[in-house]
Design a protein around this ligand. Structure first.
Ligand SMILES: [Ca+2]
Ligand SMILES: [Ca+2]
Ligand SMILES: [Ca+2]
Ligand SMILES: [Ca+2]
Length: 399
């Protein structure tokens, strides 16, 4: 009977750590497609067919559905304006293999039918920030449904978008205002534009470029933050890490060359036992890049590169822990949540920052009773087979 239970527990998931064997960096993932950059070119890898496709020269890929967008610095005059000085935003339809120009700009992000990106005032010939110079970055868009360019006229860069709003980073010295009210113009601040009204909200939050999925954005300033696009609220997680990626209630990130998962429901972290950097997540698949300087020649070509790899994980059943005691496998990640209040300078007044340490449980007693009951029934077989699987997996990957 036990083998049957084990089979049933493992049936819905097929775990696998895989290498594409292709060199690359900065992966992004959507569905069964991983797009990435290598040697100033953009590629797309199909996880199902294992087919790797060269798309074009370019960088900074973003993917949604069958639409892949990226930017490229001109070598020849792509937009036909008589110079070779522009950065061009391309969009590529993976199913049709068509490549077209969205406009002059950089750092594109695609969501549904909208591509957002930034353009230099000098590329548009207008001083939108009214500071006498044409050096500033302006948020623009391209509507894929009618092929129209949209100028959102907001000073900023690194936009990400949902159906209703665009979040982006504004440098105070470009905008000309002390957005954080701390008597300097040296900060980079997260602002949010309402696509319908074109109104811009200043969140006063200091941020780095965001990764966004399903309305939740993440960024890291060593400590990891999540930003709710709708509520415009930031929440600091009690872990330190780099390059967080998010999908629904799971966050993945990198620390010291190792990959971790974080559960936003239980507020716990789990090591993935995988060497890699720049993780991104879609459903149960994490894509990342792994250095051969750490793992050896993964693709056996005699050249030391970074290789695009991915792993299909059961993110709901990882060995999550609080990271607050020395015995925890994630102990070193602790961002000392109790000190979060003193770190208010990170997130300026007016913004709510909730740390797990301050959170009160809000469930009625019978949730706990039910939880204990479920634990009594399910935990012994689950931990038995979970541990066996975990050991087996450790063995099979060898690190
Ligand atoms: Ca040109
Ligand atoms: Ca200007
Ligand atoms: Ca300031
Ligand atoms: Ca190699």
């Amino acid at each position: 009977m036990r083998w049957l239970l084990a089979a049933l527990l493992l049936l819905p998931f097929s775990f696998a750590l895989e290498s594409t064997n292709f060199a690359g960096e900065h992966p992004v993932i959507y569905g069964s497609f991983i797009a990435y950059e290598n040697n100033n070119s953009v590629y797309v890898y199909n996880l199902q067919s294992k087919q790797n496709t060269f798309v074009a020269r370019g960088a900074h890929p973003s993917i949604f559905g069958y639409t892949l967008v990226f930017d490229v610095q001109e070598v020849e005059d792509i937009n036909g304006d008589g110079d070779t000085a522009d950065s061009i935003v391309y969009y590529y339809k993976i199913n049709d293999k068509t490549l077209e120009v969205a406009g002059v700009g950089r750092h594109p992000f695609v969501f549904s039918n909208l591509i957002v990106f930034s353009s230099k005032e000098s590329e548009l010939g207008v001083d939108f920030s009214n500071n006498g110079g044409l050096e500033d970055d302006i948020i623009r868009g391209f509507d894929l449904s009618n092929k129209e360019l949209i100028n959102f006229k907001a000073v900023g860069d690194y936009p990400v978008a949902t159906k209703s709003s665009i979040a982006f980073l504004t440098k105070e010295d470009q905008h000309g205002f002390d957005l954080t009210a701390d008597d300097d113009k040296a900060d980079t601040v997260l602002r949010v534009l309402d696509i319908q009204t074109r109104g811009v909200d200043n969140t006063r939050i200091l941020a780095t470029p965001l990764l966004l999925s399903k309305g939740t954005a993440v960024f890291s300033t060593d400590k990891i933050y999540i930003f709710d696009m709708k509520e415009q609220k930031v929440r600091g997680l009690p872990v330190n890490g780099n390059h967080p990626g998010v999908y629904e209630d799971k966050v993945v990130f990198e620390r010291d060359g190792n990959l971790y998962a974080y559960d936003l429901e239980t507020l716990q972290a789990a090591p993935l036992d995988i060497k890699g950097v720049e993780p991104v997540l879609f459903e149960g698949t994490i894509a990342f890049s792994s250095s051969e300087s750490v793992l050896g020649d993964l693709n056996g070509n005699g050249v030391e590169e970074s290789i695009i790899r991915y792993s299909i994980e059961d993110f709901d059943h990882l060995p999550y822990e609080d990271c607050d005691s020395a015995g925890d496998s994630c102990a070193g990640l602790n961002a000392k949540p109790r000190k979060a209040k003193e770190k208010k300078s990170d997130v300026v007044s007016g913004e709510e920052i909730t740390t797990p340490a301050e959170r009160e449980p809000t469930y009625p007693w019978y949730y706990y009773a039910l939880g204990i009951l479920i634990a009594i029934v399910i935990l012994p077989p689950l931990s038995y087979y979970g541990y066996k699987y975990y050991k087996k997996r450790q063995k099979s990957f060898g690190f």
